[in-house]
Design a protein around this ligand. Structure first.
Ligand SMILES: [Zn+2]
Length: 393
């Protein structure tokens, strides 16, 4: 374990200087030595943790410093984005703690500064970085073996802050250099948008690969359903590609319509039926709302691509004219596909897209910034939220 105040001891050897165990906040009067003085106590840091499967178990607590086995780069957290997956984990519906542990350090949308880096690893102290979320499965499957862990075939991948690996919601964490991505320093805190942007970089990569199954495909119109962070980033990528971009959301007030218009895109409030005449070459469904998912099927132009990015809860039964839908999709060469997660190439594409974007517009995506001390406010859902970010001191 890396003892923060014993750096002169050259702990990069991986030598342990204390037990690597999650340590609960000690009772009053028996506080653990935080100075790390003699290197026999674990040095503690604050982290947002949760007991997966148990609703409302999230808390800010003191945990041990991240072990060197998590990676050679020591990162000081600057910001952590909160997304729907975090809400699901906090409500006990998703998430897995690491093997042998009860609690999981939450958080997968990271931004941090490199504090320690081995020579020649490609990173320097002070670099602004984001951690890749997924790690390949141990088998590995053919996709993971090729660095395409986002397409893992056997489901045995792990994910920081989600599945069997501690996340980035602590004051410090470690990263393997090959799972760290540099962020343009000019972006500053906006670099926290890189992980969600990587999801769209993959969605666009796959959409274009599918679209180009016909050599004459020249998409012109994009429809995005949902003006949350994923939908707005989908629209940003569409605008950067020169498409005519339409965004549909339920709300007519708040910051979403203005953000869409500031991109030079067209905002529609209400139901999909309200834009019946529109024939999008690409539809990016970014809500996961079952009624909207079924409504976008068969709604693209001829040879169109429908990309599904939202994760829905199962169980909702809707009436669907399957025969009519099949007829439309077959006769018009429609493609519908789902996409999740991102690999290293997508993070790089996303970093380029963010660097090219208007900073003021990206600022508008971050609707609330909450200091770590008030972390619980970041986990509340408020009507005007787009992206809520926890800031670390
Ligand atoms: Zn795999």
């Amino acid at each position: 374990m890396d003892c923060m105040d014993c750096r002169s001891g050259g702990n990069e050897t991986g030598e342990e200087c204390g037990p690597v165990t999650i340590t609960l906040e000690p009772p009053e009067g028996s506080r653990v030595d935080r100075t790390g003085g003699d290197c026999t106590h674990p040095v503690l840091m604050r982290a947002i943790t949760v007991r997966p499967g148990k609703a409302n178990s999230a808390q800010l607590e003191e945990v041990a410093e991240p072990p060197l086995s998590d990676g050679a780069l020591l990162i000081r957290a600057r910001a952590l984005g909160v997304c729907g997956t975090d809400h699901e984990i906090v409500s006990g519906e998703y998430g897995w703690a690491p093997a042998g542990e009860e609690r999981l350090v939450l958080g997968h949308e990271s931004l941090g500064t490199v504090e320690r880096a081995p020579d020649g690893c490609g990173f320097a102290i002070g670099d602004l970085v984001v951690g890749i979320v997924r790690r390949p499965d141990p088998v590995p499957c053919p996709a993971c073996a090729a660095g395409e862990w986002d397409m893992c075939r056997n489901g045995r991948y792990t994910e920081r802050g989600i599945k069997q690996r501690h996340g980035y919601g602590g004051e410090r964490y470690r990263l393997e250099p090959e799972f760290a991505v540099k962020v343009d320093p000019a972006l500053g805190l906006l670099g926290v948008l890189l992980e969600p942007a990587s999801i769209l970089a993959k969605a666009w990569d796959q959409t274009e690969r599918i679209g180009h199954r016909t050599g004459t495909w020249r998409p012109r119109i994009l429809l995005v359903t949902g003006a949350g962070p994923i939908g707005l980033l989908a629209a940003l990528f569409g605008v950067q590609r020169g498409l005519e971009v339409h965004v549909l959301d339920r709300v007519s007030e708040g910051s979403k319509p203005g953000l869409v218009r500031a991109l030079g895109a067209i905002y529609h409030a209400g139901e999909l039926q309200s834009i019946d005449g529109l024939a999008p070459d690409i539809i990016m469904e970014c809500t996961g709302a079952p009624s909207l998912v079924s409504a976008v099927l068969g709604r693209s132009a001829c040879c169109g691509v429908v990309c599904l990015t939202g994760v829905s809860a199962g169980g909702g039964l809707l009436e669907l004219d399957t025969g009519g839908l099949n007829r439309t999709m077959v006769l018009q060469n429609h493609a519908v596909f789902g996409t999740v997660n991102a690999n290293r190439a997508h993070y790089r594409t996303a970093a380029d897209a963010l660097a090219k974007a208007d900073r003021g517009w990206l600022e508008g995506l971050i609707s609330r910034r909450v200091p770590l001390e008030r972390w619980h406010e970041a986990l509340e859902r408020r009507p005007d939220d787009i992206k809520v970010v926890v800031e670390f001191a």
